[in-house]
Design a protein around this ligand. Structure first.
Ligand code: ADP
Ligand code: MG
Length: 569
């Protein structure tokens, strides 16, 4: 774990060295100042040499200015180092999350992912900055002052050492507790996030079901257990800090009593005793620092552990080493004995064989839940087939880079996802360097230009989160415009018009006719009326593709299609 943490310093070595050496110099200065003052009082003042006093004063001033500079560097650049590490980690994590497959997101709450990305790394920068330098400096000062202590009186020093061992043992025990509690706190925060994300993004449903109180209850559950965890963390910290303080007071007490006894038996001089006492209090300073560091360490590491957990999730779908980049494809799609299931023992697609020729349009119909969406999601390799293969232009999609594979495809679904931003932002999502003219042409082709112009700011109108300010048909038309810009060779329309009224459907159908021209198209339709004229209709049921033909031939057949049709009309 620490090794992987240390790896992040690699890209910031100069900064790390700067920070580390300045902090080291600073602590040397801190050690030097008392000695200078002592020399000043003991040796210089009795000599009554005013020039020397001024010189020493000037020297001190120089050292103070030096310390000012060092202090500034350590505080500023040290924290910069920390935040840069945090930045790198967050960037790595987001990059990694983007590589994870659909199945990960199917099974993970958005709020949990956000929590890992945002909250968990919050305390890393403090640790990254203070961790190494404070540990090093404190260790050096502890060893240094312990050596001085032993040189004054070894019996007393032995007592102090004994206490230090007790202190270390005590800290180790408490440290384990702190670690558990900070880990738990991270989990609780993630739960709150997930619950809030769920409730807020579903706020429209919450309100129409008037289930605000229910949502508040659910939220309160997480909020309460976070509160309780945090209360427990204060309990641990309370006994930790009070315990440490108690032990250091015991050190003082023992030095006092045992030292006093040694003086009584003429084993120790009063001057030595006072010196020893002063050095013991100086010795406690780095110990306190280490103690503080333990908390920072456990807080930071709790997040870092979770960060590593996420980074260790291997994307199940990756580009093979030999994966080739596909340029513009002609658009032939082949399914060869494809089997697929989301969970073990529950096959969704069984032995699918299918060839779609370049620029051909086929329709897939079938009862709800028969696997139509699943089948279409396999083509861009959003999920991986269990067995068999899918080929584009006779190339297995597992041998094509995911990027270039998906560049060639466009999917339109029933529920369109739009990003918060302007109309223009959302259309140009299909081609991010599109010119204004291209955007308008795409909108026109999607029958969207007119309604966009009627919006208050035209193409610059802010459409709300997920496009809440637009109607279903308007959203759908933006998603079509976006695809006109992307211009893919393969098109999948997954019940794209199912949620729309007849009037809107007609307008959208018109733009679909333009969009599907010269592209391999797979239409999944719920309303059979919309696909009546398809050259080829496939009927998918739980048993696989059971029928295939034109509308007329399938009707004549009086099978599944016939029954579906009868049920609708
Ligand atoms: P259709 O589009 O034909 O209505 P789907 O392809 O959406 O059907 O679903 C086929 C089956 O797979 C259903 O039983 C559904 O419950 C299941 N399913 C769909 N998506 C997932 C998923 N992401 N994880 C697990 N099971 C799923
Ligand atoms: Mg579906």
């Amino acid at each position: 774990m620490l090794k992987r943490f240390a790896k992040y310093y690699k890209n910031h070595l100069p900064l790390f060295v700067l920070d580390f050496s300045c902090a080291f110099l600073m602590s040397l200065l801190d050690l030097a100042f008392p000695s200078i003052v002592r020399i000043f009082i003991d040796d210089l003042l009795p000599n009554k040499n005013i020039t020397l006093i001024i010189w020493v004063g000037a020297g001190l001033l120089f050292l103070y200015i030096l310390k000012y500079i060092l202090y500034y560097i350590v505080t500023y650049w040290g924290h910069v180092l920390g935040i840069r590490l945090e930045y790198d980690m967050r960037k790595d994590l987001f990059h990694h999350i983007n590589k994870l497959p659909f199945s990960y997101f199917d099974n993970t709450k958005t709020g949990h992912v956000m929590s890992r990305l945002v909250n968990d790394l919050n305390e890393i920068s403090e640790l990254a900055h203070h961790g190494p330098e404070d540990t090093f400096i404190a260790s050096v000062t502890i060893v240094g002052s312990l050596a001085i202590l032993f040189s004054i009186n070894w019996q007393l020093s032995l007592v102090v050492t004994l206490y230090v061992l007790i202190l270390i043992y005590f800290a180790t025990v408490k440290n384990k507790k702190m670690r558990e509690i900070f880990m738990e706190m991270r989990l609780r925060i993630a739960d709150i996030n997930a619950q809030a994300e769920d409730s807020i993004s579903g706020i429209r449903t919450v309100k129409t079901y008037t289930n605000e109180a229910f949502e508040e209850e659910k939220f309160d559950l997480g909020n309460k257990s976070f509160k309780e965890t945090k209360e427990r963390s204060f309990k641990v910290m309370g006994s930790f800090y009070a315990g440490i303080d108690f032990i250091s007071n015991l050190i003082n007490l023992s030095v006092l009593v045992i030292g006093g006894a040694l003086i009584y038996y003429n084993q120790l001089k009063v001057g030595e005793f006072v010196g020893f006492f002063l050095y013991v209090s100086m010795f406690m300073k780095p110990i306190r620092k280490i103690v503080d560091l333990m908390e920072i360490y456990q807080r930071g590491m709790a997040g870092f552990r979770r960060f590593m957990e996420s980074l260790d999730l291997q994307p199940e779908i990756t580009d093979s080493k030999e994966a080739i980049t596909l340029n513009k494809v002609t658009g032939k799609i082949t399914f060869d004995n494809v089997n697929f299931s989301y969970t073990k023992n529950k096959a969704v697609l069984k032995d699918i064989n299918l060839t779609i020729n370049p620029k051909e349009m086929i329709a897939i119909v079938g009862p709800s839940g028969s696997g139509k969406t699943t089948l279409s999601n396999l083509i861009p390799r959003l999920y991986e087939v269990d067995s068999g293969s899918i080929k584009i232009d006779d190339l297995d999609i597992r041998n094509i880079t995911q990027h270039s594979l998906r560049e060639n495809m466009g999917i339109i679904q029933q529920d369109v996802f739009l990003f918060s931003g302007s109309v223009r932002d959302n259309i140009s999502y299909g081609k991010r360097d599109a010119t204004n003219k291209e955007i308008i042409n795409a909108a026109k082709a999607a029958n969207a230009h007119e309604f966009i112009m009627a919006l208050e700011d035209g193409y610059d109108t802010y459409i709300g989160e997920r496009g809440t300010k637009l109607s279903g048909g308007q959203k759908q038309r933006l998603s079509i415009a976006r695809l006109f810009l992307k211009n893919p060779s393969i098109l999948i329309l997954d019940e794209a018009t199912s949620a729309l009224d007849n009037e809107t459907e007609k307008i959208i159908q018109e733009s679909f006719n333009k969009l599907t021209k010269d592209r391999t198209t797979l239409i999944i339709a719920h309303r059979l009326g919309t696909i009546k004229h398809a050259q080829r209709i496939l009927v998918l049921t739980e048993d696989g593709i059971v029928e295939e033909g034109t509308h007329d031939s399938l009707m004549k057949n009086q099978g599944v299609y016939y029954n579906l049709y009868q049920a609708q009309f």
